[in-house]
Ligand binder design. Structure first.
Ligand code: SF4
Ligand code: SF4
Length: 280
């Protein structure tokens, strides 16, 4: 377990008892800092953006002027087009950890060069919000769902995209629970993690989050704040000429649309196989 926490609290105080924000050397989330609210949210572009910021911040004097100038320069250098204009994208998210291998806050007191001083008060949201905010997935997902995603996402890029998907994960694990005729329990974690075929199936599903079978109009970034400002379309339309699907909730939350009924049926078949494997 890493000790560099995004929040200044202990694991036992986390809603649901499973901490999601910083979980391993390569696995962390920066979604509520607006990480994915960028014009090009591809892995390569985001990784390059974070690496450049991190190198630049290493040279910044830790003064109010220095830190605020870093923000101005970063915003001047980077494209400021936002898929969700009212979702703040924080210029202080960069790379952290011994190998700079995960996303995290450059203003955190444990950040390199900060000498224990918490500079997050200089950010748009302010220090209190940065320390204490928890997204709906943190607060409401069952601990077992969270544990599976933490264990299987692999790196910060996919992790931050998938772990914040409360509705998607609820729909997907809900399908498993329907098949099992019970809620998932601790034994299912061991059962899945100890079975390479099941691990592969889970990972295939997680990868769905960054795939789009047809040119979709919805941003990859998830606006998960439940204030009604933005959100996924509340519809059972699959895009495939009026064809309905028993998995429409999953497809809707993936923002998947299909150009043909055949493409829809193929996607259903793939999901069937994943769910059958996981509940066998
Ligand atoms: S979006 Fe949720 S899981 Fe991600 S850093 Fe924020 S509170 Fe943590
Ligand atoms: S200052 Fe706050 S919003 Fe910005 S990266 Fe740090 S924790 Fe996220």
């Amino acid at each position: 377990m890493v000790t560099y926490h995004h929040k200044n609290i202990l694991d036992g105080e986390i809603p649901g008892g499973v901490y999601l924000c910083q979980v391993g050397e390569n696995v962390s989330c920066g979604a509520c800092c607006g990480l994915y609210n960028v014009a090009d949210p591809s892995r390569e572009t985001l990784a390059e953006m974070l690496a450049l910021r991190t190198r630049a911040f290493a040279e910044v004097p830790r003064t109010v002027e220095g830190i605020l100038s870093f923000k101005d320069e970063t915003e001047h250098r980077e494209c400021q087009i936002r898929p969700y204009p009212e979702f703040h994208h924080c210029p202080y998210i960069g790379l952290i950890g011994d190998s700079l291998s995960r996303a995290g806050c450059l203003l955190h007191p444990l950040g390199k060069g900060n000498r224990g001083v918490d500079f997050r008060g200089l950010s748009y949201y302010g220090g209190m919000a940065c320390r204490t905010y928890f997204c709906p997935a943190c607060k409401e997902l069952p601990p077992l769902y969270k544990k599976l995603i933490r264990a299987l996402a692999g790196d910060w890029y996919l992790y931050g995209l998938i772990v914040t998907e409360k509705q998607l994960l609820t729909a997907f694990f809900g399908e498993m629970e329907i098949r099992l005729g019970r809620t998932l329990c601790e034994g299912d974690f061991e059962n899945i993690m100890g079975n390479p075929a099941k691990v592969r199936c889970m990972r295939t599903f997680l990868q769905y989050r960054i795939q789009r079978p047809a040119a979709g109009s919805e941003p990859l970034c998830n606006y998960f704040f439940e204030d009604g400002l933005y959100g996924r379309k509340n519809t059972d339309d699959t895009g495939a000429g009026g064809e309905k699907s028993r998995y429409f909730r999953i497809f809707r939350e993936l923002a998947w649309e299909f150009e043909t009924a055949d493409a829809l049926r193929e996607a259903e078949k793939n999901l069937d196989e994943i769910l059958e494997c996981l509940t066998r």
